[in-house]
Design a protein around this ligand. Structure first.
Ligand SMILES: Nc1nc2c(ncn2[C@@H]2O[C@H](COP(=O)(O)OP(=O)(O)OP(=O)(O)O)[C@@H](O)[C@H]2O)c(=O)[nH]1
Ligand SMILES: [Mg+2]
Length: 339
């Protein structure tokens, strides 16, 4: 990944003129995609209850799978930045862990990371699930928004509109707008795409004028080894039941890009108990084998190269209380702030 703050062209892309924006590479139809007017760049935080569809939306906006998605709550554990372009705007979407009432240390670190994402954003998008409406969790988030967000505009995104009848949407939008003065309300389906183009165009106009933070072809700002570990955690979460997905973590231990064009990745799955190790391995190692091949397929697509993935499962009873594990995830051990 390319370091942050590296600009797409030279030192002063402040008002990136079209002829310096990569058009000179050749293709005539590239002219159509040239940024119009001064460049813009800013951070858009996606917040909401667990499972609201934040990561699904980030991936749609970026156009690639950057953040993992499962049908279970509390999938995302840290802030994940995905970069999207719209006209002359570079929009840095910040996916955050869901906001919920934390119980354990890991929960506290996750919720702190989510709020840090919101505090640092130019625009905040609050996702509310259309079919669930104003839950207790949504109420709490609205209250917290009132208390801590004063400057940044907050847009309301009613997500999963494919799951409800249109009449219900208007009532929900009205009720939420009575509760808070949102900068805009969008009805979207992050999964199916409805409303997402409008949302992206609007956000592109909201982010401040300024140079792009990332090179034109960068889509994520997260170390590759973390993305790789996340892909494996997604597959584990999809296959394991009850509390187990919440009681494990995955770390990339070794990464080797070989001359033959392939990459060798070694990862460790940390679990809290011996019994959990057996479940993660599965009968004759079937579960871990299936997880490995599904994760490898995602990694191949993401890296666009052949991948050899080796997974090891280790019992580490205290992993949730080890600072090192949080550092690896980009979380603050003390739950004060995120990355
Ligand atoms: N029907 C429908 N399902 C959706 C939509 N958007 C997301 N989902 C599903 O909702 C579930 C949760 O999606 P995620 O993107 O992981 O949600 P999240 O807000 O990132 O969840 P956490 O990381 O746990 O906070 C997944 O099963 C998605 O496929 C949508 O527009 N319509
Ligand atoms: Mg998520």
């Amino acid at each position: 990944m390319t370091p942050e703050n590296e600009t797409p062209e030279g030192d002063e892309p402040d008002a990136l003129p079209p002829e310096e924006s990569g058009a000179d590479e050749g293709a005539e139809d590239a002219a159509e995609a040239l940024p119009q007017g001064p460049t813009r760049c800013g951070f858009v935080a996606l917040i909401g209850e667990p499972n609201a569809g934040k990561s699904t939306l980030l991936n749609r906006m970026v156009g690639a799978k950057v953040s993992i998605v499962t049908h279970k709550v509390q999938t995302t554990r840290t802030r994940i930045r995905g970069v999207a372009l719209e006209g002359a705007s570079q929009i840095v979407f910040v996916d955050t862990p869901g906001l919920f009432r934390p119980r354990r240390r890991l929960d506290r670190a996750m919720v702190a990371a989510a709020w840090t994402g919101a505090d640092d954003a130019d625009v905040i998008c609050l996702l509310v699930e259309a079919h669930r409406g104003i839950t207790e969790g949504v109420e709490e988030i609205l209250k917290a928004l009132d208390e801590r967000v004063r400057k940044a505009p907050v847009a309301l995104l009613i997500n999963k509109i494919d799951r409800v009848r249109p009449e219900a949407l208007l009532t929900l939008a009205q009720a939420l707008n009575e509760r808070r003065d949102f900068a805009r309300t969008f009805m979207i389906s992050a999964e199916k795409g409805q409303g997402c183009d409008d949302l992206k165009r609007w956000l592109a106009a909201q982010v401040p004028v300024g140079p792009w933070h990332y090179p034109e072809d960068q889509i994520a700002d997260l170390p590759l080894r973390v993305i790789a570990a996340e892909f494996t955690r997604e597959k584990l979460t999809q296959r394991l039941h009850q509390e187990l997905p919440y009681q494990l973590t995955v770390e990339t231990e070794a990464w080797e890009d070989r001359k033959d064009g392939s990459t060798v990745i070694r990862q460790i799955v940390y679990v809290g108990r011996e019994g959990h190790r057996g479940i993660v391995l599965g009968k004759k190692g079937e579960t871990i084998k299936a997880v490995g091949s599904a994760a490898r397929a995602d990694l191949r697509a993401f890296l666009d190269r052949d991948v050899h993935l080796f997974l090891e499962v280790k019992v580490r009873p205290e992993w949730e209380n080890e600072r090192e594990r949080y550092d690896q995830m980009g979380l603050d051990f003390d739950g004060r702030k995120g990355r």
